[in-house]
Structure formats: C-alpha cells, structure tokens
Ligand binder design. Structure first.
Ligand code: NDP
Length: 264
C-alpha cells in the first residue's frame, strides 16, 4: 500500500489526513495518508524515503516549506520563485518540489464574487505563506501590493523576491480594495490591533485562517459592510492540486468536502 504524509512541526492541527484519506477512499486508491512531526535534523532522512520509494510523496507545512528545498532534485517554476514547497513527488526517480498553495489561493479567490484585477491589495503578515499569495496576486494582475508585518525586516525581505511590492508600517492602514490576513492572529480568537472603522464598504476581507471559520478580522469586515471570506477553500484547493500531482485524478469538491473540515 502506498504511503503519503504531511510533515511539519507542530502537526497535530493538520486536517490534511482527513481530506486526503477521504479522497483516496472515494477514488478507490490503495493508499494511506498520515501526519508526522519531524525535527529539523530529521527532514533530510524523511525525504530520502521518498527517493527510495518507501514513501510515495508528502505535503510540507510550517516550518519546513523552505528547509526541504536543498534535499530536492528539481523545483517547479512556482516553487523556485516563492522558495516555498508544500508538495513533493517522485517523477522518473527525481524528487520534485511543487507549490500548490499558489493555485489554492488563486482558485479560492476566483470563486468569490469579487473582481480582483486592477485592485489595491494590503497583506498583513510576511510569513511562509505570503510569497505564494503574492505570486498568485501578481498572476491575477492586481494593481498594487502593500505588505505590513510586525517584524518589518521580513516584509522588506520579500522585496528581494518580488520587486513590485511595497512595505508599510505595522499598525498603519493604507487605502485598499482587498485586505488579506496572512498572520496567525485569530487562530486563538485574538484581535488584530487596527482601526477598520473608516475603511469604507464593498471591499474584500480575506483571512487565510479557516479554523475558526470566522475570525475577529472577518467579523470586522462583515460589520463594516464588506465581503468576508475564510481560507477553507484555499486549503481544499491546495490539497486538490497535490492529490492531482500524486494520483493524476481531480478529486470531487462538494458540500461533503466542506463538512469534513467543520468543527475541528
Ligand atoms: P508563519 O509562522 O510563517 O508567519 C506568521 C505570521 O504571523 C508572521 O507574519 C508573524 O509576524 C505574524 N504574527 C504572528 N503573531 C503575531 C502577533 N501577535 N502580532 C502580529 N503579527 C503576528 O506562518 P505562515 O505564513 O505559514 O501561515 C500564516 C497563517 O496562514 C497561519 O494561520 C496558517 O494557519 C495559515 N495558512 C493557511 C493556509 C490555507 O490553505 N488556508 C495555507 C498556509 C497557511 P512576525 O514576522 O512579526 O513574527
């Protein structure tokens, strides 16, 4: 039986096994998907297991999306540009790193009734997921990307990868059409210390967090007359793209897929 994993640290929170095992079963694929917590010094050996076919592939989550890169033979162009790998496959004996967070974000945004082209975007956060979000936003031809992060140096650092992004001070709210919470603020019901009372209406408040389903950030968006959307569909689509890479099948996304990830 083929074995797939998601590697990370911490990993307990990951809902990837639930979703991937559901799709494996639905598609009669003789394989199993599990989560495994690794220490930094165990990552190389784990990836070797894919090369020798003891493991058939893996997803990669925080904090290993960049750390895995030196152990791979090739990267997709998206993974090169973002320096972020969340899916590893073995192709003709070569370990290839892919980034399906980009497609996950792009597909999720396209499902929302909001035209993002030519819009001004403000991203809160400059952690691991942000390079993928910027890549997708550039692909969708937004007009401007501002980044605001508590640790300014990390936001500045993204300018070496993406020339056109602009860094603004943490706590300052420039004009925007779309605001994306890409920080982990809200995972435990915390609030972002920003005054949204004068942002206006008909903007898009997008939170990459999906558990809880409605963070305080999304509540604020709604209360101020804006569209608000969580990161659940992004999560589902990044998993969908990984499934497709490993099994060559597009798994079905329906109401049951959503329910599967509820109340966890
Ligand atoms: P990182 O740990 O790499 O980055 C965390 C970010 O949150 C940093 O910008 C950090 O700022 C900021 N932050 C954390 N705590 C605070 C605070 N108290 N005040 C201000 N800023 C804070 O995480 P990732 O980029 O990998 O993930 C970010 C979020 O996105 C997570 O909640 C994760 O669950 C979610 N995610 C969702 C996905 C989906 O498919 N829906 C996919 C990937 C991630 P600083 O640099 O100053 O520390």
């Amino acid at each position: 039986m083929k074995k797939y994993f998601v590697i990370g640290n911490p990993i307990n929170h990951s809902l990837s096994p639930k979703l991937q095992n559901y799709w494996l079963k639905k598609n009669d694929i003789d394989a199993v998907y599990d989560k495994i917590k690794l220490e930094d010094n165990e990552v190389k050996n784990f990836i070797e297991e894919i090369k020798i076919k003891k493991v058939s592939g893996c997803n990669v989550t925080i904090p290993f999306k960049k750390i895995v890169i030196p152990f791979l033979d090739n990267l997709s162009p998206e993974a090169v540009k973002t320096q972020s790998v969340n899916t590893i496959i073995l192709d003709n004996g070569k370990l290839i790193g892919h980034n399906t967070d980009i497609a996950g974000f792009e597909k999720a945004i396209k499902k929302i009734d909001f035209e993002i082209k030519e819009k001004q975007v403000l991203i809160l956060g400059a952690g691991g997921v942000v390079s993928s979000i910027i890549f997708a936003l550039e692909k969708m031809h937004v007009s401007q990307i501002n980044i605001s992060n508590r640790t300014k140096a990390k936001a500045e650092n993204l300018k070496t990868q993406f020339n056109n992004v602009n860094v603004v001070e943490w706590g300052f709210l420039p004009e925007f059409d779309v605001i994306i919470n890409a920080t982990s603020i809200g995972l435990s019901n915390e609030e972002i210390n920003l005054d949204f009372s004068r942002v206006g209406k008909n903007k898009l408040f997008y939170d990459v967090i999906y558990n809880p389903a409605e963070t305080n950030f999304l509540k604020k968006g709604k209360e101020t007359g804006n569209i608000s959307e969580n990161g659940k569909l992004m999560f589902i689509y990044q998993a969908f793209e990984a499934f497709k890479l490993w099994h060559g099948i597009e798994p079905e996304i329906n109401i049951d897929t959503f329910k599967l990830l509820d109340n966890d």
